[in-house]
Design a protein around this ligand. Structure first.
Ligand SMILES: C[S@@+](CC[C@H](N)C(=O)[O-])C[C@H]1O[C@@H](n2cnc3c(N)ncnc32)[C@H](O)[C@@H]1O
Length: 293
């Protein structure tokens, strides 16, 4: 006779914690609990309060399958299939960069400008987000500005599929999508332009943790030799479209913490006479190149 050997929640978590720790995974304790919570559908408080209970065999197997993915250093957000951004759960997978909390700054800056003016005018988009990935920025803005006209673009058709699904989930019919290399296939300029384009330098890519280097799309990371190739390209496109009638009021580019001076130089060189500044994030690191027109 075969006896099923069912394991308690406590023993499962302890074992997972040890294995995650040994593999060098960040926050092994929390990670183990988040995975078990996903598998059982129970909140982490419940798991702690009932940790003497045994797991269903099916849950044990599903937990082990997810754990193996995290042990192979796949990012937790891909394993869970979701990451929260600006309070919204967004579907994410290997086709898109996992949205980072620091990018919420681009949403805040955009809302500050668009809240002060009537949105939805017919002549220009209120927001164009270039390199939209999962759609995090335009979807968050659309949630807060029900009348804003928003366009999101990406060079990657795979990313656009994910972004469209996220928009259908949270703001159906509110965001238009366009596949484009920067602004190549987009006419004119919006009131606000946001861009969190790849800005990792070639040299930095090799030093990234395995979760990022081996799993997040290279097209979402590689910013060229100094990380600013795409930022400069987009600044040039903006410059070539500026005319007195252009609707644009501001453009916000996310940049790396060490790129403030170089990004500012690029803005001054490509758009002389325009107001440019580098803004810091909550950790007091350079994070956004802001241009006001
Ligand atoms: C760093 S990810 C940011 C994704 C998203 N904006 C976010 O904040 O989570 C950069 C995105 O830019 C896109 N991208 C890379 N090169 C591009 C280009 N030449 N034109 C448009 N998008 C590009 C990538 O496909 C990727 O989705």
């Amino acid at each position: 006779m075969v006896y099923a050997c069912r394991v308690s929640i406590r023993a499962t978590l302890r074992d997972a914690h040890l294995r995650l720790d040994r593999a060098g995974v960040d926050a092994p304790h929390t990670t183990a609990r988040v995975l078990l919570s996903q598998v059982t559908g129970k909140r982490k408080e419940w798991l702690i309060a009932h940790d003497e209970q045994t797991l269903e065999t099916a849950d044990e197997l599903r937990f082990e399958a997810l754990l193996l993915r995290v042990l192979a250093r796949e990012p937790l957000a891909y394993v869970l299939g979701e990451r929260e951004f600006y309070g919204l759960p967004l579907t994410v997978d290997r086709r898109v960069l996992i949205p980072r909390p620091e990018t919420e700054m681009l949403v805040e800056l955009t809302l500050e400008i668009l809240r002060e003016r009537p949105t939805g005018a017919a002549d220009a988009f209120d927001l164009i987000d270039v390199g939209t990935g999962s759609g995090a920025i335009p979807i968050a803005v659309a949630m807060h500005l029900p009348r804003a006209r928003i366009l999101a673009s990406d060079v990657s058709l795979d990313a656009l599929d994910v972004a469209r699904a996220n928009a259908d989930r949270h703001v159906p019919g509110r965001v238009q999508f366009q596949q484009s290399n920067l602004l190549d296939r987009i006419d004119g300029l919006p009131v606000v332009l946001t861009a969190n384009l790849p800005y990792v330098t070639r040299a930095e890519i090799f030093g990234l943790p395995p979760e990022i280097q081996a799993h997040e799309p290279i097209v979402a990371l590689d910013g060229g030799e100094d990380g600013l190739d795409l930022v400069r390209g987009l600044l040039e496109q903006i410059g070539s479209r500026l005319q007195p009638a252009a609707a644009i009021e501001a453009a916000f580019f996310e940049i790396g913490a060490s790129q403030g001076p170089a990004a500012l130089n690029a803005a001054h060189a490509i758009l002389p006479g325009r107001r440019a500044a580098v803004l810091k994030d909550l950790g007091r690191r350079d994070r956004v190149l802001a241009l006001h027109f």
